[in-house]
Design a binder for this molecule. Structure first.
Ligand SMILES: Cc1ncc(COP(=O)(O)O)c(C=O)c1O
Length: 384
């Protein structure tokens, strides 16, 4: 019998509460190990620039197949320090997708660079490549590619455009720890890879945290300086930088979680495959898949013009959902307040109206997955 039918139409249903993401389940599974690791940090009182950060940087660089990984205080800082390391200046133009979260554009604004938005491409989560080409001017210094929702962008195509125009590619992999593009991890493919490791990410600490990955020696050196006020040694300031450190407590969490990242991502993939297979007979767009890219399903997002009604229906059944994102960058009040150009970006705007994320966290039980599928089924039966 089809699993969803266990809960299906005309059957008496037990209401289950399923949040979009339940962080307590993973925590419970590793609580003893974390307590041991944290106790060691506190008994040493080495809270910053200590052995856990150094070890995590090595372990994560090896995992990603990238030469350098430099821990920083957040994903927003990781993007900001990446732009600074590339020596972006006020007035430089940076191309980025409109269907992205605000922390991708904020660092561009903080530097005084000019954000230039491009539309989403249909059938993929990346930017429309023709629009990227058209957006390039003599002032363009960088393109930010965002591996949105766990799916790597078509990096080869972006890199080809960038190389032709001598523009750097910043690859924001905040939502794609462990994802694979053409047999390689989705990191270090562009010039520099900023990544958030904040609490909701696939590899997540229990507070703010981020990392910058690069294969470039001088960029790595610059990020390493920038995160500690530009100091090579204490009070020896080579450049002016910032205070942006991943701390020992968070690095200890990340070290405890990294060994199970692949297993957790595989479970997300399994749930996603089950959803997509089941939803094939429903009037829903399921996430795009590509033979040469492995998504880590940071979010499992369906697309439907009935998004708001479906969201309410699922909420009434106890199922948490999310929207990634409800407003594209050019429609935020913050964007307008800066007097930035108005755009018409139809695909990004449609996606913001129609996308809905269903729970896909690795600790979901089979029963919960079935309950979610049957709830979606019930919704469309009523709509028939
Ligand atoms: C794509 C992307 N970039 C940057 C960030 C910023 O990361 P943080 O919240 O760690 O500052 C996020 C956070 O959600 C993100 O999704």
């Amino acid at each position: 019998m089809n699993k969803a039918a266990l809960f299906g139409k005309n059957r008496k249903q037990r209401q289950i509460q399923i949040p979009l993401l339940d962080l307590t389940r993973k925590y419970r599974a590793i609580e003893d190990e974390l307590t041991q690791r944290w106790r060691a940090v506190f008994s040493s009182m080495k809270l910053l620039n200590g052995p856990n950060v150094a070890a995590f940087e090595k372990e994560f660089a090896t995992y990603c197949g990238v030469k350098y990984a430099i821990g920083v205080a957040s994903g927003t800082d990781a993007v900001y320090l990446s732009l600074q390391a590339l020596d972006l200046c006020p007035g430089d133009e940076v191309i980025l997708p409109a269907h992205a979260p605000a922390p991708v554009v904020e660092p561009v604004m903080a530097i005084g660079a000019v954000p230039v938005l491009v539309d989403k491409v249909k059938g993929d989560y990346g930017a429309d490549l023709e629009s990227v080409k058209d957006a390039i001017t003599t002032r363009t210094r960088a393109i930010i590619a965002v591996h949105l929702l766990g799916l790597p962008c078509d990096m080869d195509a972006i890199l080809e455009i960038a190389q032709r125009q001598n523009v750097s590619v910043i690859e924001d992999a905040s939502q794609a720890q462990g994802a694979v593009y053409k047999g390689r991890r989705a990191a270090g493919l562009g010039m520099v890879t900023p990544m958030s490791l904040g609490p909701v990410k696939n590899l997540a600490c229990y507070g703010d945290g981020g990392i910058v990955l690069t294969n470039d020696d001088s960029l790595a050196e610059r990020v390493r300086l920038l995160r500690v006020h530009g100091q090579a040694e204490k009070y020896d300031h080579r450049i002016y930088g910032w205070n942006s450190r991943l701390d020992e407590i968070q690095a200890a969490v990340l070290r405890a979680k990294l060994p199970t990242l692949d297993q957790d991502n595989a479970r997300r993939g399994e749930i996603a495959a089950e959803y997509s297979d089941y939803f094939r007979s429903h009037p829903l767009k399921t996430p795009p898949t590509f033979p040469d890219r492995i998504s880590v399903y940071h979010q499992y997002v369906v697309e439907t013009p009935l998004r708001d009604s479906l969201k309410k229906f699922l909420n009434d059944k106890g199922i948490g959902t999310g929207i990634y994102y409800p407003i594209p960058l050019h429609q935020h009040a913050a964007w307008r307040a800066k007097g930035l150009p108005q755009y018409s970006l139809p695909e990004a705007e449609r996606f913001s109206r129609e996308n809905l994320a269903l729970p896909v966290f690795p600790e979901l039980s089979d029963e919960e997955v079935s309950y979610i599928m049957s709830a979606v089924d019930d919704f469309f039966s009523i709509m028939d």
